[in-house]
Design a protein. Structure first.
Length: 214
């Protein structure tokens, strides 16, 4: 398999975590979202991924896009260890936690959104960062309540093994810390993030551990 990735991309980070948890080897193909005007916009990449986004996973003749779809594909084709629980209600909870990050928080602080705020709307850096922190902190506070108030939360987001929800949570917390978001009211999130990062699969997927981080 080949993973087209950018070291700081939250979406690509999720997929790296999933691949590592599954113990699946892959070739890392860097796509720098800033250099050369954005390598994701080059014709050779948009032929592969018309959305000009990362990640893209190539598995044989299959070309897969969108991190959540890729992770569920990996879970169906390589079921051990599972990233979704074995009952419908538990799967729904894990998907809700994951989508709360991937669909509600992340799109509002994606690189292309932040660029638009700065370049097209001429927002100063301070205003752009205020936008970022507002949406990340409000989204994570809601997630904190969902985790802290549920008996299904264990060492990880759901029970005592990492799931799709943890693969989404850790990249978002990484970005929150990078932009100095206030996590003081989110002890459950901070605890789960630490439990995840203690595992090699998460540590090896971290942005600073990627070949294009230099």
């Amino acid at each position: 398999m080949q993973l087209y990735s950018y070291f700081r991309s939250s979406a690509a980070y999720r997929v790296r975590i999933a691949l590592n948890l599954k113990g699946l080897p892959y070739e890392y193909v860097p796509v720098h979202l800033v250099k050369d005007g954005g390598q994701q916009l080059k014709p050779e990449y948009t032929r592969l991924n018309p959305q000009a986004l990362v990640p893209t996973l190539v598995d044989g003749d299959a070309v897969l896009t969108q991190s959540m779809a890729i992770i569920e594909y990996l879970d169906e084709t390589h079921p051990q260890p599972p990233l979704l629980p074995d009952t419908p209600i538990a799967r729904a909870r894990v998907r809700a936690l994951a989508q709360g990050i991937a669909c509600d928080i992340h799109p509002l602080n994606n690189l292309r959104v932040l660029r638009y705020l700065k370049r097209e709307l001429d927002l100063p850096d301070q205003a752009r960062d205020t936008w970022y922190r507002h949406w990340v902190e409000s989204g994570l506070l809601a997630l904190e309540r969902m985790l802290a108030d549920s008996p299904d939360t264990g060492a990880f987001c759901h029970g005592d093994a990492p799931t799709l929800a943890d693969a989404c949570l850790v990249p978002q917390v990484y970005n929150a810390r990078r932009l100095d978001c206030d996590l003081s009211a989110m002890p459950t999130i901070v605890r789960i993030d630490a439990a995840c990062l203690a595992l090699p699969a998460f540590a090896q997927a971290a942005p600073d551990a990627q070949p294009d981080a230099a």
